[in-house]
Design a protein around this ligand. Structure first.
Ligand SMILES: Nc1ncnc2c1ncn2[C@@H]1O[C@H](COP(=O)(O)OP(=O)(O)OP(=O)(O)O)[C@@H](O)[C@H]1O
Length: 213
């Protein structure tokens, strides 16, 4: 089946919390094989936008279309303290209907936390919990990945490994949208969506601009 021309298409999305108008007409589209970032100040609406894109909350108006399956990694880890890493992987394997957890096994190695597979979540460090959170979002190999500050708590080496994983996903035609606070991340992105006053201004990353000029 041919791929949809757009991995993600967002048209005129509005969202208010009571009188607080957070999103005031967000529109953009992303193609498969794109590594994109959402940047903006605290409270500019980055997490709100991702929650709308994954369907966790509804927009007041506007439209969102996905060109394929979705993976969402929330900012807060959603894990069960009394289950081990392996038990989480088994649960999600069943929930996603996967015959083999092959992608999860790769991510255990790529993110470097295979040694904790028999450890309960309550005994994991914050960074290792976040690795599991990310693995659960990616293990069904979705077409569109929505990642809300996916590397919080990662040490530097794991942070770099995360960007290697993201780059390989892009090479395989996946569309990866990452919420970021860090100015230096924008160097790694194809597209930067700057969220300000409720609208997203798409542009090429600083690195791309530097190449173009
Ligand atoms: N459930 C909610 N009810 C009321 N207000 C909310 C709710 N969720 C978010 N807000 C408000 O909406 C605005 C945008 O919040 P959001 O979490 O989307 O911003 P953000 O850009 O992700 O912030 P940060 O960089 O701090 O993570 C903030 O003013 C926040 O207080």
């Amino acid at each position: 089946m041919p791929r949809a021309p757009h991995a993600l298409r967002v048209h005129d999305v509005h969202k208010s919390y009571r009188s607080r108008r957070v999103l005031r007409g967000v529109s953009f589209s992303l193609e498969p094989g794109t590594l994109a970032g959402v940047v903006g100040e605290n409270g500019s609406g980055k997490s709100t936008l991702l929650r709308i894109l994954c369907g966790q909350i509804a927009a007041d108006s506007g439209a969102v279309e996905h060109g394929g399956s979705l993976g969402y990694c929330p900012q807060e880890t959603v894990l069960n303290d009394s289950l081990t890493v392996d038990q989480h992987l088994s649960w999600f394997q069943a929930a996603y209907g996967l015959e083999e957890p092959a992608r999860a096994e790769e991510l255990l190695e790529e993110l470097g936390f295979a040694e904790y597979r028999h450890t309960r979540v309550e005994a994991l460090s914050g960074g290792t919990r976040q690795k599991l959170n990310l693995t659960l979002a990616l293990m069904h190999d979705p077409d569109v990945l929505l990642l809300d500050e996916p590397y919080q708590g990662f040490d530097w080496e794991t942070y770099l490994r995360f960007w290697d994983v993201a780059a390989r996903l892009r090479e395989r035609g996946r569309c990866v949208l990452v919420v970021s606070h860090l100015a230096w991340d924008t160097q790694r992105l194809d597209v930067v969506l700057r969220l300000r006053h409720g609208v997203a201004t798409p542009g090429e990353s600083d690195a791309m601009r530097a190449v173009a000029t």
